[in-house]
Design a protein around this ligand. Sequence first.
Ligand code: BG6
Length: 472
Amino acid sequence: MKHKNLKPFSNNFLWGASTSAYQVEGAWNEDGKGPSVMDMREEFPEGTTDFKVASDHYHHYKEDVSLMAEMGFKAYRFSIAWTRIIPNGTGEVNSKGIEFYNNLINELIKYNIEPIVTMYHFDLPHVLQEKGGWSNRETIEAFVEYAKVLLNSYGDRVKYWLTINEQNMMIMHGKALGILDSNLEEVDCELYQQNHHMLVAQAKVIDLCHQMLPAALIGPAPNIAYVYPATSKPEDVLAAQNFNAIRNWLYLDAAIYGRYNATAWSFLEEKGYVPTIVDGDMDILQKANPDFIAFNYYATKTVEASVEDGNEKIGTGDQEIVIGEKGVYKGHSNPHLPTNDFGWQIDPVGFRATLREVYERYQLPIIITENGLGAIDKVEEDGSINDTYRINYYKQHLEQMQLAITDGVDVFGYCPWSAIDLISTHSGAKKRYGFIFVDREEFNLKELRRIPKQSFYWYKDVIASNGESLDY
Ligand code: BG6
């Protein structure tokens, strides 16, 4: 649809950016922090660093927040490391961990930056993983106990809460993310049991948040990407419906409507992945009412029909590269879309399509909590970093987001990935996302100096003009 006039971004639009604890903080075993599954990860793709020092944000947070303030951030989305707060997953609370996030939140508030807190971003406590992780139903209560500590400690200053980052990618791409327990037998069946436990845990925490903090707002934070059929062949359209239902709507339907959608459920039945649902679970799901939807968007997905039988996956992939399911859908590379240096497709128009679809389906306000371009940035001889490719990426996505707003979608914030350079989930330090360069290499930490990139100055203008000035 063409519009004669574009609707402006709202006056209190939450411009900001995101990070996650294990990718940015470092200090993995300092001040009483316990190990998470990310700290204990043993296998890394060749030539890529672990997460132990990352961007050392733990020791640089004041400098980092002051740079965010210089950009004019209205919000900063970060995650809390469960093992900094409760080192063993349950039980004793670590006062030094509580203190760190108190300091971070106070620093943000000093600059009028709204803290947006993700409770859990891939870094399950290692002690809980040893006890079965999300396969163990007791992890539900552990998450509720942890969430209660967060709501108690920070609820006086934090209004926006996100439950679980990209639960759908943990289930579909746990291996690529480095969080799949290698001891799991009948992996997929077990993963959908874990998924169910996470859905219950999330619903309990949403309800708890509403009881404890009536003025707070809380929502889920999956990775949502609209799925296109490869062609207009009816079988391809069905495949796209299948993948939309399994990848996207399963997670949002459960969080918002408290039910499994019919297509996803029939997929679970067909494959033999139906989870054990204990009496009362569906009531818990239905009782929880998120206040908004946060979602991460990188690019749409495209699939074609799969006529094969069996339960094995088709191909290999990561959170942005589709792994097919025999008889259900098969990944297809969209010939109309360019790719980034790491093989991920780029689809700004698909961003508008995804926003429209999510809003029409759920009618809840939306905040974008990730979107961004992973690239290999270069420091020029004069010290500048000219990441015009990143600016172009953002510009195109912001244009499409404004079109979606004009289409009637209620978007109240944009926090792309990432505020500062951090360690990618599986491509190490070289795959950079930040507005702020962190001067380190894979295995040479150098001085971890912070250098604003060209995109830093561009985004500063975008925010100052409330999204009116997108050119550079
Ligand atoms: C999302 C995650 O899947 O994508 C982030 O929430 C991640 O943790 C981001 O870093 C980009 O992915 P990658 O693999 O390039 O780091």
